[in-house]
Design a protein around this ligand. Structure first.
Ligand SMILES: *Cc1c(COP(=O)(O)O)cnc(C)c1O
Length: 450
């Protein structure tokens, strides 16, 4: 039987991140200010260190990974890749299925790949505190960990519904020394304005971002850190795909299709973009972003300039959006409840260079349980989206007899999500209908620029 666990040694941790901008057929659309004109990098200097702003707009293909970041990466990188023999057998598919497992990081997901890098650059810039938002708690716990490693204080605005559903993620953040608040709070203007209209508002990533950005902009010793959506976050995540390429080389295989769950696009871009680079060399790999059908940003959103947050404090990004004030249903894959998507992911999708598919909640847990029973690892609800789409393709291969090579990113484990699995087993999980009316209303509020 072919190899099951495909490992690299520490010396094979990438030395550079890969920047897809160097290989895109068209330059990325500019980021706009409130006046509709492209912003200059120093407009972001109140909340980000210049090193990260430079990465945000860089067109260099390779960006060196600082030694101090690689040293911390060694705690869990290179992450393992697996050939899913037992899942293939269970499905009776001729397809070969591989997955890269990012749940081996201390926080249990891919997010520390960027958190460690962001904490490093902020520390180098003399910053003392970082503030951020978190949905399911994956990003907050990753930044808490990173802050602890570099001696930075971390404050986290956690989406209220997740704060209540996932109390142990809050304990993790506190264990790593961070302060955590349920957002919307009454500590910021953004939070108070939401609570005035709706005192029981369950929160959203967009609202929590508004709160964190407001605080970072008002204090010189404090910067903001974002766990997804921005280009530099995807850049840091490319260690996933770069390692995966080496792992495929080791077993003499190459993916026909790559699947990753897509919230803001960071693990999707991180796993998939390094393979995009091979297209110039004639490889025809299909890159598929998988999103929830209750928050169908790429598959049902508009391609337009919109705010990154709910209140309208951030610059305008050209992206697929459901409208910055769209309130997604409270699904259990909290990390996928975001109204927009990374601008590069959006542009590549608009140009037909990548694909997207939306899957309903119950079917994702079904896939996650099937995967856990075959492969042992219990996946995060977000990761279950990629597993669903990959299993669907493997079943199509069974019908057609095609022996495709399929690869997905297992972005995290689900050990803190067992309450969601409980709901699934009790038959209490819902498939939300496509929230057409809510999306239509939110799209009416898109800023009129661009
Ligand atoms: C945050 C998260 C996601 C979604 O975020 P992206 O930026 O789109 O990658 C997916 N999976 C897990 C486990 C997460 O924590």
């Amino acid at each position: 039987m072919a190899q099951t666990k495909i490992l690299l040694d520490e010396s094979e941790i990438p030395t550079h991140w890969y920047n897809i901008v160097a290989d895109m057929p068209n330059a990325p659309a500019p980021v706009l200010g409130p006046d509709g004109k492209p912003i200059t990098p120093d407009a972001l200097a109140a909340i980000f260190p210049m090193s990260l702003i430079e990465q945000e707009v860089s067109a260099e293909r390779w960006i060196p990974i600082p030694d101090k970041v690689r040293e911390i990466y060694r705690l869990w990188r290179p992450s393992p890749m697996f050939r899913a023999h037992r899942l293939e057998q269970m499905l009776g598919t001729p397809a070969r299925i591989y997955y890269k497992y990012e749940g081996v990081s201390p926080a249990g997901s891919h997010k520390p790949n960027s958190a460690i890098a962001q904490a490093y650059y902020n520390k180098e810039a003399g910053i003392k505190r970082l503030v951020t938002e978190t949905g399911a708690g994956q990003w907050g716990s990753s930044l808490a960990l990173a802050g602890q490693m570099f001696g930075l204080q971390v404050r986290i605005y956690m989406v209220k519904v997740s704060y209540e559903q996932k109390p142990f993620r809050r304990s993790m953040m506190q264990t790593w020394g961070a302060e955590v608040f349920a957002s919307p709070t009454n500590m910021t203007n953004a939070g108070r304005s939401i609570l005035e209209k709706d005192p029981t508002n369950p929160g959203s990533l967009g609202i929590a971002i508004s709160e964190a950005v407001e605080e970072a902009a008002s204090r010189a010793d404090t910067n903001y850190a974002l766990g997804s959506v921005l280009n530099h976050v995807i850049l840091h995540q490319t260690v996933i795909g770069l390692e995966a390429k080496k792992q495929f080389e080791k077993v003499g295989d190459y993916p026909d299709m790559i699947f990753a769950p897509c919230g803001g696009g960071s693990n999707f871009g991180g796993a998939a973009f390094p393979f995009f680079a091979d297209r110039a060399a004639g490889k025809n790999v299909r890159l598929v972003a998988v999103e929830p059908s209750s928050c169908p940003t790429l598959t049902r959103g508009h391609y337009a300039y919109d705010f990154g947050d709910s209140v309208g404090m951030t610059p305008l990004l050209k992206m697929y959006t459901l409208g910055h004030d769209f309130m997604p249903p409270s699904i259990h894959a909290g990390g996928l409840r975001y109204h927009g998507d990374n601008a590069i992911v959006s542009q590549l999708y608009n140009e037909g260079l990548i694909e997207a598919v939306a899957v309903p909640q119950v079917a994702t847990f079904e896939a996650g349980v099937q995967f856990a029973r075959a492969e042992g690892i219990i996946p995060a609800p977000e990761s279950c989206h990629a597993i669903r789409a990959c299993i669907d393709e493997a079943l199509r291969c069974k019908e057609s007899g095609e022996a495709k090579t399929l690869f997905f990113n297992l972005s995290g484990h689900g050990h803190f999500d067992m309450a969601s699995y409980d709901k699934y087993f009790a038959g209490e999980l819902e498939d939300y209908a496509y929230p057409e009316e809510a999306i239509r209303q939110a799209l009416d509020h898109l800023p009129k620029v661009g």
